[in-house]
Design a protein around this ligand. Structure first.
Ligand SMILES: Nc1nc2c(ncn2[C@@H]2O[C@H](COP(=O)(O)OP(=O)(O)OP(=O)(O)O)[C@@H](O)[C@H]2O)c(=O)[nH]1
Ligand SMILES: [Mg+2]
Length: 468
């Protein structure tokens, strides 16, 4: 199930790293899953210091002291009313964590700040769901036990004391890993699935086909298992050199992986490209899972029909109907991949979710906003490069260049009174701030580079260079 966790950093005493924020969010989602919450939930999480939590305690709890965590449930006694008809996630409450206090407690209990902050978040989710350690001993016992289970499920075990950068470390000999390629026609939802699995936006998503232009790695580490997903551009018939580059990036990704997640749309018919993909999987002799995506908008007859037709084409490990957008059946996809893990050390550190730099992801986020704001033909002729990138403790300054193919396109991208460009900049800035927990200054420029999609040289300059 896909849950939405909004987080804000309202303190500046302790550095809130992306890894720490992600661990806490992961713990919240793990707690919701542990409680088998089967509808989408929204939670607001804020990190504060002792002074702020003291104030909140005074104001709302009549308590004159700084505590470690505060929970503000939306529903009393966990009696959550979720409207099944609604497409919106159900806001169940707010969690406020004092990072300053968490640092002290982590030291006191001899474990990492990640584990302490994750513990406080899990404890708080259980409160939002109606458990209360202050009124019942039974609840107190249950909350402690389940918090241990939940933290173990995301690899934050208590029994491991030697930690790397504060996070629990799995001994190398227990580590397992695998590489998985995400392949399919344009627009079937590959990047949406990647983002859902890693829990952060690492790949641009838009309703226009051919959004992804290069391979994008998304890493999901859970317990002793590390899954490295390689998202690829949708396979299509190339119309220019950029298209050829994209198709090549996708096709050559397959043999480098241990398994393939082949995605198709549940409502669609089987296309020649789907058959080509199957031929490549056969050639590489790789286990493949077929994901029939977008079940949230599907017709049941079509689903069964497609399952049968695809089943005739290849001996898939399994065929899984799923909704990447709603987070449905992603747990089943992950379970099906498990048997193909290799007993080999991890490739990436535990808290890494992508091998792309913030600089590269920022350029992709800007392009995503343009794809979403602009009509048809123009977006496909745009490329974004980050020309200047300066990062300090609290601030990131980015100057990015948007390339397009015609003067007329430049005018459209800028928009009346610069409005389109301003909107793209605002949306992109918000996403980059959310990703980095830093304030972002974003300066966007537009330049014309005619027919760059057909020029190897220009493409190479814009970062589309074939690997040798
Ligand atoms: N209704 C519905 N829409 C989805 C689902 N998954 C993805 N989408 C939408 O489908 C569109 C394409 O999603 P992407 O993730 O960009 O697809 P992609 O396969 O990566 O596309 P390319 O990068 O162009 O190959 C977006 O508008 C998504 O929001 C789903 O499960 N249900
Ligand atoms: Mg994509």
């Amino acid at each position: 199930m896909k849950h939405t966790i909004y987080s804000t950093n309202d303190q500046n005493k302790i550095e809130l790293t992306t890894a720490l924020r992600n661990t806490v969010k992961k713990a919240i989602v793990a707690a919701l899953d542990y409680q088998e919450i089967d509808f989408p939930v929204e939670i607001s999480l804020s990190f504060v210091d002792n002074e702020k939590i003291h104030e909140l305690n005074k104001e709302y709890r009549g308590k004159d002291a700084p505590t470690d965590v505060l929970s503000f449930p939306m529903f009393e006694n966990g009696e959550i009313e979720y409207d099944d008809e609604s497409d919106e996630p159900c806001a169940i409450g707010d969690i406020v964590i004092s990072l300053e206090k968490a640092v002290d407690q982590a030291e006191e209990y001899g474990h990492s700040l990640e584990r302490e902050a994750a513990f406080l978040a899990v404890h708080s989710v259980l409160h939002l769901l109606g458990f209360d350690h202050e009124v019942s001993e039974e609840d107190d016992e249950y909350m402690k036990e389940s918090a241990e289970d939940i933290l173990s499920s995301i690899g934050l075990r208590r029994d491991i004391s030697d930690s790397v950068e504060g996070s629990a470390k799995i001994p190398v000999k227990e580590q397992k890993t695998m590489f998985i390629s995400l392949i399919g026609r344009p627009n079937v939802g590959k990047s949406t699935l990647l983002n859902a699995i890693v829990g952060e936006k690492v790949a641009a998503v838009s309703k226009k086909p051919q959004t992804t232009r290069n391979r994008i790695t998304g890493i999901h580490t859970i317990g002793c298992e590390q899954y490295v997903f390689v998202d690829t551009p949708g396979l299509h018939k190339p119309k220019n050199k950029l298209g050829e580059f994209m198709v090549n990036a996708a096709e050559t990704a397959i043999p480098d992986t241990d398994a393939v997640v082949f995605m198709a749309e549940v409502n669609d018919s089987i296309h020649p490209q789907d058959k080509e993909i199957i031929a490549r999987i056969k050639k590489a002799k790789l286990p493949a899972i077929l994901v029939l995506n977008k079940t949230d908008i599907c017709n049941k007859g079509k689903l069964l029909d497609n399952m049968a037709k695809f089943n005739e084409l290849y001996d898939f490990v399994s065929i899984i109907p799923a909704s990447a957008l709603k987070g449905e059946n992603i747990d089943i996809i992950m379970n099906e991949l498990k048997p193909f893990l290799r007993n080999e050390p991890w490739f990436y550190p535990e808290d890494m979710i992508t091998d792309q730099t913030v600089r590269t992801i920022s350029a992709e986020i800007i392009r995503e906003k343009l794809l979403r704001l602009l009509d048809e033909e123009i977006p496909h002729g745009t490329a974004v490069t980050v020309e200047d990138y300066e990062e300090t403790e609290k601030l990131i300054k980015i100057r990015a260049e948007i390339y397009c193919e015609k003067d007329a396109h430049k005018k459209i991208i800028i928009g009346k009174n610069g409005e389109t460009l301003k909107k793209a900049a605002t949306f992109a800035r918000e996403d980059i701030e959310e990703m980095t927990s830093k304030k972002v200054f974003l300066d966007l420029w537009v330049e014309v580079k005619e027919n760059w999609r057909d020029s190897e040289l220009n493409m190479a300059r814009l970062g589309f260079k074939k690997e040798d």
